[in-house]
Design a protein around this ligand. Structure first.
Ligand SMILES: *[C@@H]1O[C@H](CO)[C@@H](O)[C@H](O)[C@H]1NC(C)=O
Ligand SMILES: *[C@@H]1O[C@H](CO)[C@@H](O)[C@H](O)[C@H]1NC(C)=O
Ligand SMILES: *[C@@H]1O[C@H](CO)[C@@H](O)[C@H](O)[C@H]1NC(C)=O
Ligand SMILES: *[C@@H]1O[C@H](CO)[C@@H](O)[C@H](O)[C@H]1NC(C)=O
Ligand SMILES: *[C@@H]1O[C@H](CO)[C@@H](O)[C@H](O)[C@H]1NC(C)=O
Ligand SMILES: *[C@@H]1O[C@H](CO)[C@@H](O)[C@H](O)[C@H]1NC(C)=O
Ligand SMILES: *[C@@H]1O[C@H](CO)[C@@H](O)[C@H](O)[C@H]1NC(C)=O
Ligand SMILES: *[C@@H]1O[C@H](CO)[C@@H](O)[C@H](O)[C@H]1NC(C)=O
Ligand SMILES: *[C@@H]1O[C@H](CO)[C@@H](O)[C@H](O)[C@H]1NC(C)=O
Ligand SMILES: *[C@@H]1O[C@H](CO)[C@@H](O)[C@H](O)[C@H]1NC(C)=O
Ligand SMILES: *[C@@H]1O[C@H](CO)[C@@H](O)[C@H](O)[C@H]1NC(C)=O
Ligand SMILES: CC(=O)N[C@H]1CO[C@H](CO)[C@@H](O)[C@@H]1O
Length: 484
């Protein structure tokens, strides 16, 4: 009797172990296994599921990964632009480690690359929402879905690029065409390394939004996101890679960042029981559109104002609310005389496509000295981990973030110069007209050309014999560097 009881207990115990193993195994597709249209694999904590789905009553079938709660929400699609029609699709992990998606008659509509394996391959769905193919012997990952993003970035996933001899990979979000067609739409959200690492939304080849440069903990133009305390941001840079990611700071929530089909980004969260809630839309409604005001102007909502020391290029257009021509220097820019600076606080800094960072200069005085002693530096900012950032040429897409954080921008102006004016205070129209008239007047132009020529020579000489000039310890709005 005791023996029998022991046997039963052993049986129960063993079946628990078996069950546990079995459940673990359910997130894995083994070598030479097929997943058919009615089967799924589920991540260990059942957060994500991989399988076939459709998006309407059409016959189009897709393989993808979805959040299981609060409702089925697709976060990744394998064959967005090559749907399976006619049903009976299946996913096969070949013994060579290739994931191969085929339609009812065995035609391959999507597959991953072949790699060499020491042991057997397996495909595993993780609780992070990533499907990966790895070597059961070495653990080496040969492919992962998070390097081939759809329209959604999940916590811990990367937006950026890797350039290695055997891996040349761009990770970026691409909008869907529409709710029922997950093939690539017009909008791409990506890390732009031609700028000082900014995330940009592009429509074809046109930038329509930028986040502002990285400060070390957040993007200069969207400080409110880091402040909400919900997520933390990271930007990692190495010689061969740069990638951005975010992580949840509140385990009560799950998150997703989606590139919408209309060109906006939605940051959404859910506590698993309530539906998805959009807690941030980027760009915010009615603001943030790239270069809304044209060069050398600052936007607030849909309003535009010339930056300090600049006036509308065409006053008529400006008055009519046509801001695209932007603003020009009120007085011709003169690198010798422009040793003063005007500061503007709480801004999304100008487009960094024409900026350079010098991370060895980290303080205001050093940065001002560097910018004012570089002839074509027009403005600068001291920005966290970037150090001293200098702009060369026009200042595009500066945005007034008002009460939100943002950073200070310092614009080079002639010194000595008029007394400080409060930031963004519109100059009187009359004053601007006067300036523009004197500006275009022929004699002035000739004089300016002559003066510029002389100053250029002077500047070159001055640069050569540059002895250090010491900044005045002046922290007021208007600052200027004493020149000998
Ligand atoms: C999947 O389920 C549907 C409906 O039950 C069925 O018609 C179809 O044949 C199934 N497919 C496979 C491959 O079993
Ligand atoms: C689409 O998927 C649903 C289940 O998600 C299923 O009931 C429906 O039959 C599918 N439609 C087609 C045309 O396959
Ligand atoms: C799917 O396969 C099953 C069995 O092979 C077949 O009976 C069925 O007609 C197929 N369905 C479609 C839609 O091709
Ligand atoms: C599979 O795709 C091929 C190529 O597009 C097509 O000729 C074939 O009819 C498809 N099979 C089914 C069952 O839809
Ligand atoms: C989505 O786009 C496809 C073409 O790509 C079109 O056929 C379909 O009607 C669109 N659906 C909606 C809901 O707009
Ligand atoms: C994107 O480009 C298309 C066509 O060029 C245009 O119709 C659309 O308005 C643009 N979207 C945005 C948000 O600028
Ligand atoms: C990325 O940078 C963060 C700090 O910004 C660091 O904690 C993290 O370990 C880095 N990740 C990698 C993979 O280097
Ligand atoms: C764009 O789409 C998102 C998500 O569907 C929506 O929340 C937002 O209001 C839309 N924005 C505009 C300007 O249409
Ligand atoms: C989730 O949020 C909803 C509304 O915001 C709330 O009613 C519900 O209690 C929350 N659930 C959990 C598990 O926190
Ligand atoms: C834009 O300007 C108008 C008129 O000057 C003003 O009423 C409005 O409040 C301004 N909007 C913002 C966002 O500053
Ligand atoms: C600044 O001007 C110098 C000389 O005109 C030029 O060589 C240099 O490339 C310019 N720098 C930038 C960043 O435009
Ligand atoms: C391949 C496989 O066995 N998948 C199963 C994993 O578990 C879910 C339910 O939790 C089933 O629906 C799948 O068929």
């Amino acid at each position: 009797m005791a023996k029998l009881l022991f046997f039963y207990l052993l049986m129960i115990f063993s079946s628990f172990i078996l069950l546990a193993n079995c459940q673990q195994g359910n997130n894995t597709l083994e070598s030479d296994q097929f997943l058919n249209e009615n089967q799924t694999i589920v991540s260990p904590n059942k957060i994500f599921e991989l399988g076939f789905f459709n998006l309407s009553d059409s016959n189009n079938q897709y393989l993808g990964i979805w959040y299981t709660a609060p409702k089925k929400t697709v976060v990744w699609v394998a064959n967005g632009d090559s749907p399976i029609s006619g049903g009976n699709g299946s996913l096969h992990l070949t013994p060579e480690g290739v994931l191969s998606l085929q339609n009812g008659s065995g035609y391959i509509v999507w597959s991953t690359n072949k790699r060499s394996f020491k042991g057997a391959p397996e495909a595993v769905l993780l609780d992070s929402g990533t499907l990966l193919v790895r070597d059961t012997m070495t653990g080496d990952v040969s492919w992962q879905s998070s390097y081939d993003l759809s329209n959604t970035l999940l916590p811990g996933m990367y937006l950026g690029y890797i350039t290695l001899p055997n891996l040349n990979q761009k990770m970026q979000l691409t909008s869907w065409k529409n709710d029922t067609d997950p093939s690539p739409g017009s909008y791409v959200y990506m890390l732009d390394h031609t700028r000082l690492y900014e995330l940009v939304i592009v429509n074809g080849s046109t930038v329509i939004y930028r986040t502002g440069p990285w400060t070390g903990s957040h993007w200069n133009g969207m400080p409110q996101l880091g402040e909400a305390g919900l997520v933390a941001f990271q930007l990692n840079q190495t010689d061969v890679a740069a990638y951005f990611s975010y992580n949840s700071l509140n385990t009560a929530y799950i998150f997703r960042l989606v590139m919408n089909q209309n060109g906006t980004l939605s940051f959404l969260r859910s506590n698993l029981t309530s539906d998805w809630e959009e807690f941030e839309q980027i760009p915010p409604a009615n603001s943030g559109q790239f270069a809304l005001c044209g060069p050398n102007a600052i936007s607030q909502g849909t309003n535009c104002t010339c930056l300090s020391a600049y006036s509308p290029k065409s006053l008529n257009d400006w008055k009519n609310g046509s801001f695209l021509d932007g603003c020009v220097r009120s007085e011709p820019f003169n690198c010798m005389k422009a040793t003063g600076v005007m500061s503007i606080s709480n801004v999304k800094l100008p487009d960094t496509i024409n900026a350079k960072a010098n991370s060895s200069i980290r303080n205001f005085d050093g940065c001002q000295m560097w910018c004012t002693s570089t002839c074509n530096c027009t403005a600068f900012a001291v920005l966290g981990s970037q150090g001293c950032v200098g702009w060369f040429g026009d200042l595009i897409d500066t945005v007034n973030l008002a009460n939100e954080q943002g950073d200070n921008l310092y614009i080079r102006v002639a010194a000595p110069s008029p007394p400080p004016s409060p930031p963004h205070a519109p100059e009187s129209a009359k004053k601007k007209v006067t300036r523009i008239i004197s500006y275009v007047a022929m004699p002035a132009a000739i004089l300016a050309t002559l003066a510029f020529g002389l100053l250029f020579i002077q500047c070159t000489r001055w640069k050569r014999e540059r002895e250090m000039k010491y900044p005045l310890p002046n922290t007021s709005k208007f600052l200027f560097l004493a020149s000998k």
